[in-house]
Design a protein around this ligand. Structure first.
Ligand code: 13P
Length: 251
């Protein structure tokens, strides 16, 4: 964790959560209000159907709301898609783009991810750009090359430390209970920061999150790794009692 970068602890609810799940969110907001000046930013990215409702519930708290994906266009004939402007309009302030589940399930290329990240910036959202290698790529010793390629080609034009966050999520660590060693995380995060240095003038201030099987029991160790500026949490973000201990490592 760094002095100059304020940690961001973000939850990605993925395709989980009906209206009743907002009870967990209300509890998270309550916990956050017990902290006067939290030392980290807290974000939940619920399914799109809950953004507006949860943005209302978060009012007056330090908890921000975001989308999990957006279309590159501002509006138009794209049935089922959501524009970044709609996420903003619903009360969101951030948008995840290029999550590995979208890269895999929807064949999203780096170029698509970049266009979506640029849409997020256009709408005034902070883009959280996800990168990460598969198990086959790690075993073939290609991790750093894959990460370089994703960072270089997914980063939006006009990216600054204020409008863009990178999330390193090794695909094989997502939802598996497996995590890289702190040394492996440190190596990839240092590599990402080096790449960002060639692409951005304020790269030293960009937050680089770690994601993949983060939970209360391993969060402190992962958050202590150099160049790790927060977490992107899936399963353990769904319940306030699981998520709050992760927030507490950085608060
Ligand atoms: P898990 O925390 O469930 O492994 O998911 C990580 C993730 O994909 C967050 O975007």
């Amino acid at each position: 964790m760094s002095q100059q970068r304020r940690p961001l602890i973000a939850g990605n609810w993925k395709m989980n959560g009906l209206a009743a799940a907002t009870g967990e969110f209300i509890e998270l907001v309550r916990l956050s209000k017990e902290k006067d000046n939290p030392a980290c930013d807290i974000l939940i990215c619920p399914p799109a159907t809950l953004i507006s409702k949860m943005a209302d519930l978060a009012k007056g708290s330090s908890v921000a709301i975001g989308g999990q994906d957006c279309h590159a266009a501002e509006s138009g004939a794209h049935t089922g898609d959501i524009a970044a402007e709609m996420i903003k309009d619903a009360g969101g302030s951030h948008c995840i783009v290029g999550h590995s589940e979208r890269r895999a399930d929807h064949n999203e290329s780096n170029a698509t991810v970049k266009a979506k990240a640029e849409a997020a910036l256009r709408a005034g959202l902070v883009a959280i750009v996800c990168v990460g290698e598969t198990l086959a790529e790690r075993e073939a010793d290609r991790t750093l090359d894959i990460i370089s390629d994703q960072v270089k080609n997914s980063l939006p034009a006009g990216a600054t430390a204020a409008n863009t966050v990178i999330a390193y999520e090794p695909v094989w660590a997502i939802g598996t209970g497996k995590t890289p060693t702190p040394l492996d995380v440190a190596a990839v995060h240092a590599h990402i920061r080096k790449e960002l240095g060639t692409l951005m003038h304020d790269s030293a201030a960009v937050r680089v999150l770690y994601g993949g099987s983060v939970k209360g029991s391993n969060a402190a160790e992962l958050m202590a790794v150099e160049n790790v500026d927060g977490a992107l949490v899936g399963g353990a973000s769904l319940k306030a009692a699981d998520f709050w201990p992760i927030v507490e490592t950085s608060i």
